[in-house]
Design a protein around this ligand. Structure first.
Ligand code: C2O
Ligand code: CU
Ligand code: CU
Length: 501
């Protein structure tokens, strides 16, 4: 079904009377969530793959950051931002060993940055808040891909404006292939049985424009949209081509945590997390995915099935406590995300190999250091004024001029994050992939034994991770670590470290 202008506005009016917070001055265009399966009829968009071009032995990518206009609803043009397109960017495809060069042109009327999330690279090439690309300027980072096959991503990281820029569309996927991924017997034909799914949530104003922070709850809990987009499409459906499909999931939302399932509760197999393949495939029927986390899953289909990918509200400890829980649970209800149809899928169900990858053998005894970080959200006056000075790591709000930690090159370290706030925070560390040692002294879930760059830390939880800071040292350029709820990051829940030799 397509939304005609008339029922678009009618739905908006109904939503507008639904008892929303008084802080909603102008109302969301349409209340999402409540669509039935048959409303999922827009074809899923598959982003273009971009292999770059090889020039003097280097793989070169031209990325144009631009203003665009995207029709998420029929007849409504939403002003958006994109990379080589109007919303989001292409899937960049690189191989381990590639020397990559990027020509990142900023065609916006404001500064931006482009960060390579999950990549081990020199801090100057990281695209964090220090690598600002001015208006109409070109930024040309270069780095060598040294890490295993994985589904990474790239996005704007502009100081205090990461949230709005990503919301408007400045993000894309970044795939690394290696010998292991090329020869592994798993679905790997892009767009056929290997499909990216970038899941995002958005709010819209009545005129079709994005509606970003609109009240205190957005500021505190992060912006939760009532429309779910997959690869930039609202209410998508996809006809699966093969009996065995691989989906590469990215939670590209600013703040929302998903607990993914299929409508028939079918089991699926997770084969990869943030930093690449898991040691072994893990069978699941629910998958929690916090902002910035990735997971690759393999799902089996028979003939003539129709199944919805859905979100199921999380257990209470993933939602937050007390007053925050009220805010979060208002955000957390079940909804459909995408419809999958299998008429006559081809191919065979070959299963997936029992062993997928070997993990680095870092152990606690090798750790040169344990660093402890406390995550806080103060509900003080600074918070209520909207300046948000209450979002801190170790009681400090982000300061671009302050280096918080100094790490020695090649050291193995344990980083310990304790959440003293009433809501969960997905913590991300730049430059490295880590392994999770424990959650409140217990081993992590079976699907959390692979390489990660982002880990959800629940209220009253201490998560310990171990990693090695390899390959690049530069005392003059910093890497970030932060909460990946972009509104928290923008309000100061971020800090920086340097790696020195
Ligand atoms: Cu996904 Cu600091 O970023
Ligand atoms: Cu990052
Ligand atoms: Cu946070």
């Amino acid at each position: 079904m397509t939304i005609t202008r008339r029922n678009f506005i009618r739905t908006a009016t109904i939503a507008g009377t639904a008892g929303l917070l008084p802080l909603y001055l102008s109302r969301p265009a349409i209340a999402g969530y409540s669509y039935s399966a048959k409303d999922f009829s827009s074809p899923l968009a598959i982003p273009a793959e971009y292999h770059g071009r090889v020039e003097n032995g280097k793989r070169v990518f031209d990325l144009a950051i631009q203003h665009g206009s995207t029709e998420f609803f029929n007849g409504y043009k939403t002003p958006t931002l994109g990379i080589n397109g109007s919303y989001l960017g292409p899937v960049l495809r690189l191989k381990r060993g590639d020397e990559a060069t990027f020509n990142v042109g900023n065609g916006l009327n404001k500064p931006t940055t482009m960060h390579w999330h999950g990549v081990n690279l020199p801090a100057r090439m990281d695209g964090g808040p220090h690598q600002v690309i001015g208006v109409r300027k070109l930024w040309q980072p270069e780095f060598v891909i040294r890490q295993p096959a994985s589904t990474l991503w790239y996005h704007s990281h502009l100081h205090q404006f990461t949230g709005p820029q990503v919301y408007q569309g400045l993000a894309g996927l970044f795939y690394i292939d290696d010998e292991n991924s090329v020869k592994m017997d798993i679905p790997k034909t892009y767009g056929v049985d290997d499909i990216p799914l970038v899941i995002q949530d958005r709010n819209f104003n009545r005129d079709g424009s994005f509606r970003y922070i609109s009240n205190m709850r957005d500021r505190m809990a992060g912006v939760h949209g009532s429309h779910i987009l997959v690869n930039g499409v609202i209410r998508p459906q996809h006809h699966v081509a093969r009996k065995q499909m691989r989906f590469r999931l990215l939670n590209g939302s600013n703040a929302r945590i998903y607990n993914l399932k299929f409508s028939d509760n079918r089991a699926f197999v997770q084969i990869a997390s943030d930093g690449g393949f898991l040691p072994q495939p893990i069978r699941l029927n629910r998958l929690r995915l916090a902002p910035a986390e990735r997971a690759e899953i393999v799902v089996e289909f028979a003939h003539n099935e129709e199944v919805m990918l859905q979100h199921e509200p999380l257990p209470a400890n993933n939602r937050g406590m007390g007053r925050m829980s009220m805010m979060m649970s208002a955000n957390d209800r079940p909804f459909n995300i995408m419809r999958l149809l299998s008429k006559t899928p081809g191919g065979e169900i070959a299963g997936v190999p029992d062993q997928l990858a070997t993990m680095p053998d870092w152990n606690e005894k090798q750790a040169a250091k344990t660093r402890r970080f406390q995550l806080n959200m103060a509900m003080g006056p600074g918070m209520m004024s909207g300046r948000g000075s209450g979002f801190t790591i170790n009681r400090r709000s982000f300061d671009m001029g302050r280096i918080d930690e100094v790490v020695r090159l090649n050291d193995i370290e344990i980083w310990e994050f304790t959440n003293k706030s009433p809501m969960p925070h997905p913590v991300h560390i730049h430059d490295v992939q880590f392994r999770i040692l424990s959650r409140n002294n217990r081993p992590p879930e079976a699907n959390e034994h692979g390489l990660k760059d982002t880990v959800l830390v629940n209220p009253n939880e201490t998560v310990r991770v171990i990693t090695r800071f390899e390959n690049y040292a530069d005392e003059t350029a910093a890497y970030m670590y932060h909460c990946h709820i972009l509104e928290h990051e923008d309000q100061g829940m971020m800090a920086q470290f340097v790696v020195v030799s």
